[in-house]
Design a protein around this ligand. Structure first.
Ligand SMILES: Cc1ncc(COP(=O)(O)O)c(C=O)c1O
Length: 371
C-alpha cells in the first residue's frame, strides 16, 4: 500500500461529501503493559474519543456522512432506532442537535428502563430532548421489534411530512453504505497513522453489531490496497457468524460501489468470531473480567455490551495463540462506556461482585484523615 493509494482512497470518499462532527484523527497509542505481558505490539485506536461530547464512539464517523445527506435533502427531523441503551441512538441525537434537527427515537426495551431512574444513554437521550418511543421487546431482537413496528414508523413519518416536516431515516446502527463509508475513511486514517509511525499492522480487532463498522473497514482496506492486515470482527449480537459474513461482505460491496470502486469484497476479507456470551445486552462474566483487566493494566474503560466483549474476544485469541508473537495488533475502541452506568441487568457482576475488594468494605476502610 502506497501513499498514492491512500490519497486516491481519500479522494474517492471525499466525493461522497460529509459534514464535520468529530475530532479526527482519533488518538492512536500503544498499550505498553499488555504488549510486554504477551510479547506483542498492541495498539489502540480511540474511537471512544471521536465525538463532540464526552460520550463519543464509532457512530460519529457514520453520522458525518449520513447527516450530510440529511442536510442536503433539507431534513429537519431525524428518525432512528435501537435498544433503549443504544450508543448509536444517543450519538445520533447529539449529531442531530448539532445540525439543528429534531431527533425522534423508537427504542426496543430489551432491558426495561425503570421509571424514576433513567440511566446511561437513555438518560442522555432525554437530556438531549429527543422524542422517545419505547417499544416492548418481548424476547425479540431490536431488529425484529423494529420490523414488527415498521408501519407505525411509516405512519408517523407520513404525518410529520404532511405537516411540512422533512424526515431523514437512519436504520439501526447507521449501517447503510453511506454510514459505512465513515469507516472506510477510518481505515484509511489508521493506515496513515501507521505509515507516519513507520509501522505495519498485522491484525485489527473491532466489535461487530449491525456490521457497518466492519463493512466500512473492509471497504477501506480494499480501497487502500492493503493486503497485509487480518481484520477480525468480534460479534456481540445474536445471529450466527455465517449470516454476519454475508451481511458484512454485501454492505462492504455497496459501500465500494457508492465510492465508485469495484465491489470485490468477499467473506475471505475478514474473520469473524462470536463473543456475544449469554446474549446481546446480557452480561458475559469472562468479558467483564477483561473489562477489569484493561482498566487495571492500562486505565482504559470499555463497556459490557460492545467494546468490552470485543476486547475480551481479542484477548481470548491472543491467549490461545491466534496472534503471532511479536506481531502488531490494533484494537479499535468503538466507545460505549456509558453502558457501565446502565441497568444492573446489563452491567452484571461489574457492579454486583465485590469479591476481592476488602478496601470497599466501609468497616475496614481507613479513617478519612489518613488520605
Ligand atoms: C460501542 C459500540 N461498539 C461497536 C458497535 C458495533 O458497530 P456496528 O453496529 O457498526 O457493527 C456499536 C454499535 O452500536 C457500538 O455502540
Amino acid at each position: 500500500m502506497t501513499t498514492d493509494r491512500l490519497t486516491q482512497a481519500r479522494e474517492k470518499l471525499k466525493r461522497l461529501g460529509k459534514i464535520s462532527l468529530g475530532f479526527y484523527p482519533t488518538p492512536f497509542h500503544k498499550l505498553e503493559r499488555i504488549s510486554e505481558e504477551f510479547g506483542i505490539n498492541l495498539w489502540i485506536k480511540r474511537e471512544d474519543f471521536s465525538g463532540a461530547s464526552l460520550f463519543g464512539g464509532n457512530k460519529i464517523r457514520k453520522l458525518e456522512y449520513l447527516l450530510k445527506e440529511a442536510r442536503d435533502q433539507g431534513c429537519d427531523t431525524v428518525f432512528t432506532y435501537g435498544a433503549t441503551q443504544s450508543n448509536h441512538v444517543m450519538q445520533t441525537c447529539t449529531a442531530a442537535r448539532r445540525c439543528g434537527m429534531r431527533p425522534v427515537l423508537y427504542l426496543g426495551a430489551i432491558v426495561e428502563p425503570r421509571a424514576g431512574d433513567v440511566r446511561a444513554n437513555l438518560l442522555l437521550d432525554r437530556i438531549l430532548g429527543a422524542e422517545v418511543h419505547i417499544l416492548p421487546s418481548e424476547g425479540r431482537s431490536t431488529k425484529e421489534t423494529m420490523k414488527a413496528n415498521a408501519e407505525v414508523f411509516a405512519r408517523h413519518r407520513a404525518q410529520l411530512e404532511s405537516e411540512g416536516h422533512k424526515v431523514y431515516d437512519i436504520p439501526i446502527g447507521g449501517s447503510t453504505p453511506r454510514g459505512a463509508a465513515g469507516f472506510a475513511e477510518g481505515y484509511v486514517e489508521l493506515l496513515e497513522q501507521l505509515r507516519d509511525k513507520g509501522m505495519t499492522m498485522d491484525y485489527l480487532y473491532t466489535a461487530t453489531g449491525s456490521c457497518g463498522t466492519l463493512a466500512g473497514l473492509t471497504a477501506g482496506r480494499i480501497l487502500a490496497g492493503d493486503a497485509h492486515a487480518v481484520v477480525r470482527g468480534m460479534i456481540v449480537g445474536k445471529k450466527d457468524p455465517a449470516t454476519y459474513a454475508g451481511d458484512v461482505a454485501r454492505l462492504a460491496n455497496e459501500t465500494l460501489m457508492l465510492a465508485g470502486a469495484e465491489p470485490q469484497a468477499t467473506p475471505a476479507d475478514f474473520e469473524l468470531a462470536s463473543y456475544t456470551g449469554p446474549g446481546y445486552e446480557k452480561p458475559y462474566h469472562e468479558a467483564n473480567d477483561d473489562i477489569r483487566y484493561l482498566a487495571r493494566t492500562e486505565g482504559i474503560f470499555t463497556d459490557p455490551v460492545y467494546s468490552g466483549k470485543a476486547f475480551h474476544g481479542m484477548m481470548d485469541q491472543i491467549r490461545k495463540g491466534m496472534v503471532r508473537p511479536g506481531s502488531t495488533v490494533v484494537f479499535l475502541h468503538t466507545g460505549g462506556a456509558t453502558a457501565l452506568f446502565s441497568e444492573p441487568e446489563i452491567v452484571g457482576d461489574l457492579s454486583s461482585d465485590m469479591a476481592g475488594y476488602p478496601q470497599n468494605d466501609i468497616k475496614t476502610a481507613p479513617p478519612s484523615d489518613s488520605f
